[in-house]
Design a protein around this ligand. Structure first.
Ligand code: THU
Ligand code: ZN
Length: 134
């Protein structure tokens, strides 16, 4: 799937976000290679804002969605984000969360109405906490 299609998919996914507090609807797409199970494709995630509990960020939602559906994280080859205001990379907490599953060279495609930022997880959070000596 080419980058433009991934961005379109992330934008479409953002329609399903639940963001009554900020009104910022974020969409996330994990691109998954077929791998040993033979099921590739894309998995969506959206942000979910609630009262009294922590907001779920779209990136965390996408990983939860993929794991729940039985996908293996080592088959995930990229993450694409759509922010409705302007392109921006995942927040620090999401980068830390993602670093549990993906290496420093994991591609992040961050899109918005103003353009695309192509970066990597390691570029966004070079010293992610690993719980062990580097
Ligand atoms: N948001 C995400 O979904 N991912 C991020 O990495 C940054 C922020 C969401 C959380 C909140 O619902 C909205 O964007 C505005 O901050
Ligand atoms: Zn985040």
């Amino acid at each position: 799937m080419i980058q433009e299609s991934l961005i379109t998919a992330a934008k479409l996914a953002s329609i399903n976000a639940y963001a009554p507090k900020s009104n910022i609807q974020v969409g996330c797409i994990l691109k998954i290679e077929p791998g040993e199970q033979g099921k590739g494709g894309i998995i969506t995630g959206v942000n979910i804002e609630t009262h009294g509990t922590d907001t779920v960020h779209a990136e965390v939602c996408a990983v939860a969605h993929a794991l729940t559906r039985g996908y293996r994280m080592h088959d995930v080859v990229s993450l694409t984000l759509w922010f409705p205001k302007y392109a921006q990379p995942p927040c620090g907490a999401c980068c830390q969360f993602l670093s549990n599953f993906f290496k420093d060279d994991f591609p992040l495609i961050c899109a918005g109405p103003d353009g695309v930022i192509e970066t990597t997880l390691g570029e966004c959070l070079p010293y992610a906490y690993k719980g062990r000596k580097r």
